[in-house]
Design a protein around this ligand. Structure first.
Ligand code: MF3
Ligand code: CO
Ligand code: CO
Length: 264
């Protein structure tokens, strides 16, 4: 990929993205208490929608994105990503759920996602969720000027592979700014030292999807929902990251101040 396609953000841009990221993270914190057995994913989507419009007074970015009609993506159990909230999709004890939210504040995008446990979940699913978080965190900790995209992907895949999980290859992180999905693509696998060199002012998401079984996925006929081909459960976390002078800044930190395994 040509370096020139990756736009470098100014301090002013990053300040705007920090605000957009904070708003997005607030939605995920707000919805936490509503994720429980018996609620539909459409209901959770509606709560997020109203909070974004009425409380935060920002724009839900997913609505209308390539024809998508909901505010969130809610991906349960074997759904890898882009689960469409539905009245028929009722949460039950033991489910694991990713909620992915994107908003626009003052022309800048905020995009983040996290995992929720519905009631008590099996230890093996908790391990999947924690390992996926650890994989994202390992990727984030590679970020500094001079490091490469391959360093990020390698760190992420190393954490997942140690547990015999697999990394989904079809979907990746992305640059973000005044555009939702900008260059560069951030692959969640790779080789140390390979690929684009990071520079101060780049802003992108890291959002690994990790499957308990094989890596292969299918897209359902609704044109959005992505599921694991073998039916194994899948987890994902997403943060927006800025490359700083000596390292990184997480632009979507959890409002409660902790960045380690919130809510579980
Ligand atoms: N938020 C997703 C991402 O992390 C993209 C969702 S697009 C949608 O990049 F249309 F499905 F909402
Ligand atoms: Co994203
Ligand atoms: Co997202």
């Amino acid at each position: 990929m040509l370096n020139s396609k990756v736009n470098i953000k100014t301090e002013k841009d990053i300040e705007k993205l920090r605000i957009a990221g904070k708003y997005a993270a607030e939605v995920l914190e707000m919805i936490k208490e509503h994720v429980k057995p018996g609620v539909s994913t459409a209901y959770l989507d509606q709560i997020c929608h109203h909070f974004i419009i009425q409380q935060l007074k920002v724009i839900p970015a997913n609505i209308g994105y390539h024809g998508y009609s909901k505010t969130t993506c809610i991906s349960k159990n074997e759904v890898v990503c882009h689960g469409i909230p539905s009245d028929q999709d009722i949460l039950k004890e033991g489910d694991i759920v990713n909620i992915d939210i994107a908003i626009i504040k003052d022309g800048y995008y905020g995009d983040t996602s996290r995992m929720y446990a519905v009631g008590k979940i099996k230890p093996e699913y908790e391990s999947l969720i924690l390992t996926t978080y650890e994989a994202m965190r390992a990727g984030i900790h590679q970020v500094k000027p001079g490091a490469t995209l391959g360093d990020i992907g390698f760190a992420i895949q190393s954490v997942a592979h140690k547990k015999n999980y697999s990394i989904v290859k079809e979907y990746c992180g992305h640059g973000i700014g005044k555009g939702y999905h900008e260059q560069p693509n951030i692959l969640h696998y790779g080789q140390k030292g390979q690929g684009l060199k990071l520079k101060k002012g780049m802003v992108f998401t890291i959002e690994p999807m990790v499957n308990m079984g094989k890596a292969a996925v299918n897209e359902l006929s609704d044109g959005w929902t992505v599921v694991t081909r073998d039916g194994s459960f899948s987890a994902q976390w997403e943060h927006m990251i800025a490359v700083t002078e000596h390292g990184f800044e997480v632009l979507t930190p959890w409002p409660n101040g902790t960045d380690i395994f919130p809510q579980i």
